[in-house]
Design a protein around this ligand. Structure first.
Ligand SMILES: O=C(O)[C@H](O)[C@@H](O)[C@H](O)[C@H](O)COP(=O)(O)O
Length: 230
């Protein structure tokens, strides 16, 4: 549908405004439904935003937090998105939030899809806020263009909220929200920093093949708010 762009001069300004924006939406969700849901991405980009958010004045005990995707490693591994979240977001005021992890005890991500789907019943949907990142190849969450699973992940009729993905250009099996699950959100943000990501985004916006750059499928089907700083 559309990409609304908010461009900032510094990451500090971006994080301040972004955190305030997210808190406003969470408070509105709590006001409306008694609880609110926040789905975040891992990777490197959001760490400073998470620290700002963790100090915010929100009724965090009424907020459910989960991940858009997870790398299938132990949650003590440095590659674990859960590990990053526990260190940067689920602290300070936000320590009282209800965290719903994706990583289970299953050795293979595909065996865990059912459990992740069952756990999703405990999160208020549509999600109040979803924060997506984007890789250099145009993947978002763990919907990787290189993977065999990409058409299933983007299938709007699949009826599946999660998909196990085996990227061929990145390490680790992944668990990812599917496109229809991502779109079941009141507000989707695309959080990018750096000139390199802006150049990738220009390529995203100048083409139409969704499987080649899966973030296109989100932008084409939702009002996405871009939050960018150099
Ligand atoms: O677990 C993951 O890898 C992500 O959730 C992924 O979709 C991430 O958002 C992008 O790859 C951008 O990652 P960076 O922020 O590290 O550039």
């Amino acid at each position: 549908m559309a990409l609304m762009k908010q461009l900032f001069t510094t990451t500090e300004q971006l994080n301040r405004s972004f955190a305030a924006n997210i808190c406003r939406l969470l408070r509105a969700g709590i006001e409306e439904n008694g609880r609110a849901s926040l789905v975040v991405s891992g990777g490197r980009t959001p760490a400073a935003l998470f620290t700002a958010l963790s100090n915010a004045n929100v009724e965090w005990d009424k907020v459910d937090i989960s991940l858009a995707d997870e790398r299938w490693v132990d949650n003590s591994d440095d590659a674990s998105n859960e590990k990053m979240l526990r260190a940067k977001l689920l602290i300070n005021n936000a320590a009282s939030a209800n965290f719903i992890p994706l990583k289970t005890q299953h050795a293979n991500a595909e065996d865990a899809v059912q459990e992740c789907t069952a756990n999703l019943q405990n999160i208020h949907t549509p999600f109040d806020v979803v924060i997506l990142g984007m890789g250099e190849d145009g993947h978002t969450a763990s919907l990787f263009p290189c993977s065999e699973q990409i058409s299933d992940g983007l299938d709007m009729e699949s009826g599946n909220a999660y998909i196990a993905v085996k990227p061929t250009t990145a390490p680790n099996q992944r668990m990812s929200l599917t496109l229809p699950a991502i779109l079941n959100s009141k507000q989707i943000f695309l959080h990018l920093t750096g000139e390199g990501k802006k150049t990738v985004l220009d390529t995203v916006l100048s083409g139409s093949d969704e499987q080649a750059m899966p973030i296109r499928a989100v932008i084409n089907n939702a009002e996405v708010k871009l939050m960018w700083a150099p």
